[in-house]
Design a protein. Structure first.
Lengths: 203, 102
């Protein structure tokens, strides 16, 4: 980055920063590149790497494997990072917990303070996950929010909201749908959605 | 003071000017420790770039939704779980170390 601090946008079509925090973000980024901590090319590669994570090929594969392999499922629930690394996948740098949905308990994940999310398995969080409305409402009226996503839960089922604000990242393990005993792992993975692994859908 | 799984704890309402990881809606609320993690860096120090921030245990705390929200519309068995660093917790049945007069 040029030493003249002209603050030209990093790409021609990049809008100029509109808020104080965006200015701060841009200035810090310029300084770190200027000091040689990383290059613009490395930053682009990092963003591309984050964007390459697809829930249907990452998280869904973990879920499908756990549906057909009881031993893997046990290890996944006990130490998710180790179990996922064992099958040659990247669990991410944070400690991961897998939350098992059962007929008795439904789990749903939020980060009320920002957008903590198991990015190594699900990619970038969807816009609604970062929105104030979801973050504020799902902790205080989870059943109403889930109903708006099309998921109505029985009173007997316990709803467990996990506010992911500190060390752990969470992946919801949906229940295996009935009548899928004949399906192979890759076909089962096709039944698993991103929303199911956040807990706002059945699977 | 350290805690164990099964302990009933109060999440404190501490005045912290800078960064911390305890959302306001759980402050002054009581829950049960389900798991002990860490020790992990104190977020208030890590956020300021301390090279060697203090490390403390982190507790997963389970709270009843009906104790968080007086008008909670769901059944009484619904819960919320959150991780809380040790210095934000006190025994639920003891005095509040932050606001001892209350």
């Amino acid at each position: 980055m040029a030493r003249d601090h002209s603050h030209s946008p990093p790409r021609p079509d990049h809008p100029p920063p509109q808020t104080r925090h965006r200015f701060l973000d841009l200035a810090l980024n310029e300084l770190l590149i200027e000091r040689g901590l990383y290059t613009e090319a490395e930053l682009r590669d990092m963003i591309a790497s984050i964007d390459s994570v697809d829930p249907s090929t990452h998280g869904a594969r973990v879920v499908a494997r756990s549906w057909i392999d009881a031993d893997f499922r046990r290890r996944l629930l006990n130490d998710a990072n180790a179990a996922i690394a064992d099958i040659g996948m990247d669990p991410g740098t944070a400690q991961l917990r897998v939350l098992e949905n059962t007929p008795e308990t439904h789990n749903v994940v939020v980060c009320t303070l920002c957008s903590c999310y198991p990015r190594a398995l699900l990619g970038r969080p969807p816009a609604w996950y970062r929105d104030r409305e979801y973050r504020a409402r799902v902790v205080r009226e989870p059943r109403a929010v889930l109903a708006e996503f099309g998921l109505s839960l029985a009173e007997e089922q316990t709803v467990r909201v996990h506010d992911s604000t500190a060390e752990l990242r969470f992946l919801v393990l949906p229940e295996r749908p009935a009548g899928t005993g004949h399906l192979a792992e890759s076909e089962l993975a096709g039944l698993v959605t991103r929303d199911g692994m956040i807990g706002v859908a059945k699977r | 003071m350290s805690f164990h799984a099964g302990d009933t704890v109060r999440i404190l309402r501490r005045d912290v000017a800078g960064h911390h990881r305890v959302p306001g809606y759980v402050m002054d609320r009581v829950g049960v420790v389900t798991e002990v993690l860490g020790p992990e860096a104190v977020p208030e120090e890590a956020a300021l770039g301390h090279a060697a921030p203090a490390r403390v245990p982190v507790y997963r705390v389970r709270l009843d939704q009906t104790s968080l929200w007086p008008r909670y519309e769901g059944p009484s068995h619904d819960t919320l779980e959150i991780e809380v660093h040790q210095h934000w917790l006190a025994p639920a049945d003891g005095p509040d170390p932050v606001r001892p007069e209350t």
